[in-house]
Design a protein around this ligand. Structure first.
Ligand SMILES: Nc1ncnc2c1ncn2[C@@H]1O[C@H](COP(=O)(O)OP(=O)(O)OP(=O)(O)O)[C@@H](O)[C@H]1O
Length: 300
């Protein structure tokens, strides 16, 4: 296994940031840690990259124990923290050179690994990192995390605050890195990115809710979901929440995702009820569960 986590717990005074976390990441896998702010993702990353001690449990990364063999781990992993790790006053090239030097390598030696990513920011190599756009900073931070050819790459919310086009490009880059045999553990609060991982762990309040492939996770969703729309979104949500047979009601883009507590649900009956709430232009259609629906159901 590339990453093997056994019963890890960590608290900050009264806050239980991680509770009894156990899972494994296979060599070459692109594994996603999916959860909202405060779920404990950063705490787990810091433990796995040897920057923080767990209160309980153990973990191996690239075959090394995170406590006893921390030096070996530091040479074997790349870490891109959530808040950028770049030196704002150094140029693009100076940042990359700095990270290469501390790992005893050079940009030239491992250029092949970062080429795809670095060529996109190379035209700005004399610009200070602080003056780059979010997408460019992200590419530079990824190049810096890769420059010593790590076996395992940790990416903590790499696409937060990055525009949609750069986000898509970033995930394409991750797929290419995966093909080069690098194991990747990536965290994200964006549920749509979860579908791009080989397997995901849904995490909330320091606990793992479920671990599986994205496809299997949505298959486990226990109910039929309906897309409901009407002329007034706010009144629609209020009306559905007041409906005596509702099981769940979540706004989802231009629709509301609705599930009913009964097994013999009749959409026409719901439509008639919503009309009594002065709603019009009502549409109720079956839809497939998404990872976000599953997360909301498990997190209840
Ligand atoms: N140094 C600290 N002292 C006290 N509480 C902390 C500390 N670091 C994290 N926490 C708390 O531990 C919990 C988990 O935080 P963590 O940063 O690991 O979550 P996260 O999923 O990475 O979220 P975020 O995206 O907001 O960083 C949160 O409740 C957070 O407030």
């Amino acid at each position: 296994m590339s990453i093997s986590i056994t019963n890890i717990s960590k608290s900050y005074k009264d806050v239980k940031a991680l509770q009894n976390i156990t899972f494994e990441v296979k060599p070459g896998e692109l594994f996603g840690l999916i959860g909202p702010d405060g779920a404990g993702k950063t705490t787990l990353f810091r433990i796995l990259t040897t920057l923080l001690f767990a209160d309980e449990g153990s973990a191996l990364v690239a075959g090394f124990d995170v406590v006893k063999e921390y030096k070996n781990i530091r040479n074997s992993v790349g870490y891109m923290p959530g808040r950028f790790s770049l030196y704002q006053d150094l140029t693009v090239e100076e940042n990359l050179n700095f990270f290469a030097t501390i790992f005893g390598t050079s940009i030239e030696e491992n250029y092949d690994l970062i080429k795809d990513i670095y060529v996109q920011i190379e035209p700005f190599k004399n610009r200070r990192a602080g003056k780059l756009s979010g997408g460019m900073k992200q590419k530079l931070a990824l190049s810096c995390a890769l420059i010593h050819k790590p076996k395992v790459l940790f990416l903590d919310e790499p696409t937060t605050g990055v525009d949609p086009v750069s986000r898509k490009e970033f995930w394409e880059m991750l797929k290419r890195l995966q093909l080069k045999g690098i194991t990747i553990l990536v965290s994200t609060p964006y549920m749509d990115e979860a579908a791009l991982c080989d397997r995901i762990a849904l995490i909330q309040d320091g606990k793992i809710l479920e671990i599986d492939t994205p496809k299997a996770i949505v298959k486990h969703y226990p109910k039929q979901i309906f897309n409901v729309s009407a002329n007034n979104m706010y009144q629609l949500i209020m009306g559905l929440n007041d409906y005596e047979h509702k099981h769940s009601v979540y706004p989802f883009g231009e629709f509301v995702h609705y599930t009913d507590s009964r097994t013999d649900f009749n959409p026409e009956e719901l439509k008639t009820y919503l009309e009594t709430k002065n709603l019009s232009n009502i549409h109720i259609d079956k839809t497939a569960a998404t990872i976000e629906d599953t997360f909301m159901e498990l997190a209840k």
